[in-house]
Write a protein that binds this ligand. Structure first.
Ligand code: ZN
Ligand code: ZN
Length: 364
């Protein structure tokens, strides 16, 4: 039987706490709480010390919290206030002089509670301690992302057989989301983007009532979720006819850049160097200004997480990160092409988790 991965995560967090000279970390990020304890509900606080993991939640989650987190954490359920309960339970975790809190995941009103909690504890802002651990996936996490990616690919294939000229972007969104759900996606990790025609030039368009006409681009950017883990896929196709020569040239430029990056990306490379794999090709063809976003991002319990694959990131990509590779070329008033696949940075090199089917699809 595989070792319980949450024990390894706690041990890694303890090493990070020691490096920061902290006795404990108050964890308020939902994704971090899930990562450390397994609890997937929406309201909880967790505290990790060297010896203990405490999860405080409310009465709605009594049964769920014990089932999901009971094997690795002490679960306390409070009918009135998780915060009051937290301060009552803290002394039971032993003498804690310095407690870190997640500055990026704490509301101002909750930070005030820390200030008012009395002189027994001193609080220190931390950044990304758990997020840095989450950037390297264990085999179970990679398997969950792979399942989500497989489901996403099947849902898209079925959806594309149903797409017709004259359908609205929202109608196509509905078809795609239905197929994702039918295949077991737990949720849509972000609002599905279906954009058509010139609207494909907006990298983060929202699906609209616009109907797709013959010969136009259709861009679909969507996620799937299995066991809390996300896949993130973008495909751009031509609807109701063959691609024009200009469309084909634009597509092949993005496709070539995407392929170069997804085959060339390696753990240990900086985010900037990974980004350059695709950007160099696009810039060499004079379309550098039309690729205005970064190459990709980490993927896991959240759809955007560490590491970043961008021209400003000097950080090396961690081993066993799962990242998206999604270059795009956007021509204002005309249309955009983006192609996105998900890749695991294994010790043997990049392993594609999505289907990687990027031949230009012309739906006729
Ligand atoms: Zn995406
Ligand atoms: Zn993405």
């Amino acid at each position: 039987m595989a070792a319980e991965p949450r024990h390894a995560r706690h041990a890694a967090l303890v090493r990070a706490l020691e490096a920061e000279e902290l006795d404990a970390l108050l964890v308020t990020s939902r994704a971090n709480i899930r990562y450390l304890t397994g609890f997937s509900g929406s309201a909880a606080l967790a505290v990790a010390t060297r010896a203990d993991l405490l999860l405080v939640t409310d009465f709605r989650y009594d049964e769920q919290a014990r089932a999901e987190a009971g094997a690795v954490a002490r679960v306390e359920v409070d009918g009135a206030s998780v915060w009051d309960r937290l301060f009552r339970e803290l002394p039971s975790l032993g003498p804690l002089a310095w407690i870190g809190y997640e500055a990026h995941a704490l509301a101002v009103k909750d930070a005030e509670r820390l200030a008012q909690a009395g002189k027994a504890w001193r609080w220190k802002a931390t950044g990304d301690l758990v997020e840095r651990l989450r950037a390297s996936k264990d085999p179970g996490e990679v398997a969950a992302i792979r399942s989500a990616a497989a489901l996403a690919g099947e849902a898209l294939t079925t959806t594309l057989t149903q797409v017709r000229v004259g359908m609205s972007e929202l109608e196509i969104t509905g078809l795609l989301e239905g197929e994702l759900r039918r295949r077991g996606s737990e949720g849509h990790p972000f609002p599905t983007i279906v954009a058509s025609g010139p609207r494909t030039a907006l990298p983060h368009a929202r699906s609209s009532q616009r109907t797709v006409a013959a010969g136009e681009w259709l861009l679909l950017d969507f996620g799937a979720q299995v066991d809390g883990y996300c896949a993130d896929v973008t495909r751009t196709v031509v609807v109701g006819g063959r691609a024009s020569e200009r469309q084909r040239a634009q597509y092949e430029l993005v496709r070539g850049a995407q392929l170069r990056a997804r085959e060339g990306v390696r753990a240990g490379m900086t985010g900037r160097d990974a980004d350059a794999l695709a950007r160099e090709l696009i810039e060499a063809r004079g379309f550098g200004d039309a690729f205005g976003h970064s190459l990709g991002h980490g993927l896991g319990l959240e759809v955007h997480e560490a590491p970043r694959l961008s021209k400003t990131s000097a950080e090396p990509l961690p081993a066993h990160a799962v990242v998206t590779i999604e270059p795009g070329v956007y021509l204002a008033g005309e249309g955009g092409v983006r192609i996105e696949d998900d890749v695991h940075l294994s010790s043997e090199g990049p392993v594609l988790l999505t289907d990687g089917r990027t031949d230009l699809a012309e739906l006729v």
